[in-house]
Design a protein around this ligand. Sequence first.
Ligand SMILES: Nc1ncnc2c1ncn2[C@@H]1O[C@H](COP(=O)(O)OP(=O)(O)OP(=O)(O)O)[C@@H](O)[C@H]1O
Ligand SMILES: [Mg+2]
Length: 570
Amino acid sequence: MLKSLKQLWGILTKLDKRKVIYVLILVVGMAFIESAGVISIMPFLAVLSNPAIVETVPILKILQEYSGAKNSQQVVIYLGSISFIIVVFSAFLKIITQYAVNRFASLQRHYFSSRLLKIYLQQNYEFFIQRNSASLIKNVLSEVDQLIWSMILPALSMLSYGLVLIAMIGILLLYNPIIALGTAGTLAFFYITIYVLVKKKLSKIGQEFTQANKERYQNCQEALAGIKDVIINNAKQGYIDQFETSSRVFARHIATRDTLGQVPLNIIETVGYGCLIGLAMLLVVLGKDVSEILPVLGLYGFAAYRMLPAAQNIYRAISQIKFSQQVLNILIPEFDLEKEKSSKDLINHAASLEFEQTIRLENISFAYPNYPDKPVLCDINLEIKKNTSIGIIGKSGSGKSTLMDIMLGLLTPQHGKIYIDNRELNESNIREWRNLVGYVPQFIYLANKSVAENIAFGVPKSEIDIEQVKYASKLAQIDEFIMQNLNNGYDEIIGEKGVMLSGGQRQRIGIARALYKKPEVLFLDEVTSSLDAETANLVFESIKNIGKTIILISHKHFEILYVDKKILLG
Ligand SMILES: Nc1ncnc2c1ncn2[C@@H]1O[C@H](COP(=O)(O)OP(=O)(O)OP(=O)(O)O)[C@@H](O)[C@H]1O
Ligand SMILES: [Mg+2]
């Protein structure tokens, strides 16, 4: 429990911590004023039932003298008014506090989500090849919610009610130690026993809940992203069933958690009510007078009435935190990535990079992080002169795309170095290098945006140079199609993943995207695999004519003829 709170504190930024403290102060203040409202009813009731008490209790005596009340009747009116004012004030403060807490929680969710997405986007490409995108999306959108609603808010409520409870016990101790300790002891015993009984269960269903949430996201993402394969392979029902299974576990466990959080209140209310009636009966049987019974009952009732919600809220908060512990186990390593990254980022704003002569690869060896013992590339040496072209050839799986990813700085080789004009390619100049290169991957990703936005990828709409978009499209042999076949030309939205386009059209959009950047070096990974020979030839002629450095992967014989030099892998 304490460990969880400490971990939780650890992932907050300085600003977050400050905000938590402000909200906490407000929540505690509110809880105290609320309690004061209830406490203020006590003297009012006491004087009401026994006016003579004014003479015996010093504080009431002082009040009478200070307010100039002539008799106990007037004292009752004063006490009633004070109590009412406090209750009104506490209602007012409650509205403000609720707004502050809601605002804090919602904005905190926004900060955490944005922060986490930023952390993810700052990671190297190697991070993403090892991670599943559905689980990253889940962390940003769902686990962060969980962190707010099931950890931070309960922690706040636990702390504030904890303080109220301590204060309540303190006041009651002054007033009547036996009743204070008796009520507090009974409540503590009761809640601790229940907590010990349900702790394991909460932890277990919490874990299952987290797992179910992960599966929910994964099923949804897989089914919708691979819809064509899902339909063809009659896999729809399978996905629906899997989703329903995890979604049901997810829902059921929330219900169990909430019930386990509420149950003690129902039990203790019943038991407490029974005790009060029993006590009243006992006092009657013992022949006590009603005026004697009422204050004693009132006191026990009051103590329980005030302590119970506090104890209940603390218990519920603790059970929620226990249930959601897994979220911390998931999110803490993710937020830790921020610390590792920020130290690297410091050196990420270094000097510019020029490419005037050569790209040189020296003794490059690489193995994927998940298969460190299976090297894909061993000791590769290569020199590429500016404005020449090189073809990387080799069997499928021989490491061609991997080599390209290394040259693009997406993957970092375990051994060897890359030099651009004798300057080593590293973290400090990789951004500059990416400004110089254009890359057409084997599988083109298209966003659910207009053709122009897909070609000028990542450029804000208002800053797109439409002439450059058209120029790049002409070189890629796609301009004619866009102008003649699409209703809105370059403004046509091409649908998620470009489902409105043929394979070859998508490839040509990919080529236009790379050319839009006016790159010094063009990386092409089997970019004409879906094009007919005639179109492919036209594309190559125009690319060749712009006279840039070209690094190309191909299986096609005619494409290899275009290049000045070849390297065979595998
Ligand atoms: N993310 C990854 N994790 C582990 N191994 C990988 C990963 N990606 C690729 N590999 C392995 O690396 C080897 C080289 O893959 P690569 O994609 O570079 O081949 P390729 O030469 O481009 O093949 P193709 O012509 O089929 O595109 C393959 O054996 C593949 O199994
Ligand atoms: Mg490949």
